[in-house]
Design a protein around this ligand. Sequence first.
Ligand code: GN1
Ligand code: MG
Length: 376
Amino acid sequence: MKSEVMSTNTIENSILSAEKFKIEGNIVSSVPFGSGHINDTFKIVTDSDKKEQYLLQRINHHVFRNVDGLMDNIERVCLHLKQKLAHLGQEEVAKRTMTLIPTWDGQHYYKDEQGDYWRVFILIPETRSYDILETTDQAFSGGMAFGQFQKQLSDLDPTTIVEVLPNFHNIEFRMNNLREAIANDRVNRVAEVQDLLDYIFEREDKMRTILELGRANKLPLRITHNDTKFNNVLLDSNDQVQCVIDLDTVMPGYVAYDFGDAIRTIINSAAEDEADLSKIVLNVPLFEAFTAGYLSEAKEFLNETEVESLIHGVHLLPYMQAVRFLTDYIDGDTYYKIAYPEHNLVRTKAQLKLVQELEANHKVLTDILAANLNSN
Ligand code: GN1
Ligand code: MG
């Protein structure tokens, strides 16, 4: 009951906030949208003749503390991508890149009286995203999309991009957070998850490969997306990629993090939070198709060590995601949105099942990577 009242308020707030932006027509409705774990997203429908729809987001400023830095990054990245695609004409550019709508007084975000931050993008029409993929064509398109994204950003000056969430994919940092959560044991959950912790700590050393290659200066830092879940690509009705979305975590990073995080969602035949672990098995043809799509774009710019690092990313990202979900569970669920009390625990177990499946299929996956690298 309480949450229903809350959500009515939130919807009202979202409409009031949307009115601050240079939106055409009158706002007809605001509807919660998408499946993000951090920000709140609403679809804003207007009565304008153009029937343009908008995406309003309330930025989670407990996670993104530097909202100015975050919004400057997004603006810079969008502009860069638009310049790269300018030869396609304005209409195409608008479909293939995110477009921020300013407030009536020309700002990129609006801060309301409660201290919440809001922003608006154009909702790109006739597109959809998938939490779970259906076809190898979709996987291939997704691979191309993230490969292209990295390529298009390869000449963006990294010093102009703020590291909005420092150490985001640094496994040492994530393990330290986990150890701190265990030491605090704020809600007495450590005993209950001891077997999961054992499983995680057993693998700690071998999950450091990318970190160490980076420290040895063998992996270049590039501008990467850092949240390459498959539902962050929009596909058109023919499953062709329209646009890569969710630019909040675009920061310097290693390509293997993007590759591994995409594979984490693509290769999993079940949802990220599937409670029935027997359903979590690998969909190898989707891995193969995504890899082919990605390498068709990225092969030309990756160095040899980056190529070798891709498989380590595949093992690391589900593992790191499990570490992050479990840390949040032990902390009492302060970071990720949850739908029920055990949600972060269920998510952790699902990710660890994926880790186990990936280990068991290591050779199959490396063979596929090798075959794609050797083909022209
Ligand atoms: C969060 O923005 P969203 O909800 O897609 C998280 C990602 C995790 C993901 C797990 C800023 O992404 O790092 O991989 O959940 N984003 C942040 O689904 O922590
Ligand atoms: Mg995100």
